[in-house]
Design a protein around this ligand. Sequence first.
Ligand SMILES: *Cc1c(COP(=O)(O)O)cnc(C)c1O
Length: 357
Amino acid sequence: MNDPIPISRPILGQAERDAVIAVLESGQLAQGEVVARFEAAFAQYCAARYCIAVSSGTAALHLALLGLGIGPGDEVITSPFSFIASANAILYVGARPVFADIDPATFCIDPDAVRRAITAHTRAILPVHLFGQAADMSSLDRLAQHHGLAIVEDACQAHGARWDGRPVGSWGVACYSFYPTKNITTAEGGAITTDDGDLAEQFRMLRSHGVRRRYYHEILGFNFRMTDLQAAIGLAQLSNIEGWVDARRAHAARYTDELRGVTVPPVRAEAFHVFHQYTVRSRRRDALQEHLLGAGIGTGIYYPLPIHQQRLYVERGLTGQFPASERAAGDVLSIPVRPDLTDDEQRRVIRAIDAFA
Ligand SMILES: *Cc1c(COP(=O)(O)O)cnc(C)c1O
């Protein structure tokens, strides 16, 4: 049998190859001028004043919380329905992750649940713009303003997404990932964006052993740098991102029109959804996945176990009941929505789902 239609795959062309070879030939491999150019270009794409490139999305989340001064004794409210890194970053800084359930329609954190989770120890809200749709940032921003909380947006799946016309990231500090499955890639890589110059300076120091000036270490930092090799790939990828987002959105619109027998993902009127994933719901999810694999179609389950039920959280007593997240874990299935999905491939996916129903 042929390989199944992949759920995701990076799109790499001659521009990426040329850019990587140019860096190899320059002899400057680690963070240098190409990282600086990538930061400027990504900041511009996100309409943010500052961008700090780092080694991964996980490192971005970790540094965002550290740079905001969040640590032991503090609580950060986040979604239990995400990749584990969203909550692990809170553990890394010694703070306590407090979960608030999702809005089942959008898979993003429910502002009413956030309100109920706020205590005297809460320092920040960490919403995840899951699958490429922004969380309800107007409501979360109102809560944050009222209670004096910071906002750290996990935009690892949401490059270019908007809420109410505003780009994600504009409500606080935003964290991005450039892992190969994400909407653009640098192999491994991440970035933090912010409009706050002092915070940007903190993030830069934390990224590189606490230095402003080489070999003068002011604070305890890390080596979370991106390399020029990665940034070169990222610059080439960025020149395509708008077309790729348009393609994802066009595929999604067709699925939403034509799919039968599954629940298609609703999009909030305020959201400009960038469809990192197109995620349907079915009570017979596992059988549907099996059926699609038999028809040569790759799918993904993001995520089969919510964070509050992961062993490392249960063992720390950071568990609870989040029924909307638990239901989603049991019935979600992501189907291919890659920019380079062909017309013929998409027709096959739609037919196979029809046949299952
Ligand atoms: C990918 C991802 C991360 C982590 O990014 P890495 O670059 O893999 O470290 C964090 N949060 C979410 C929601 C993600 O999808």
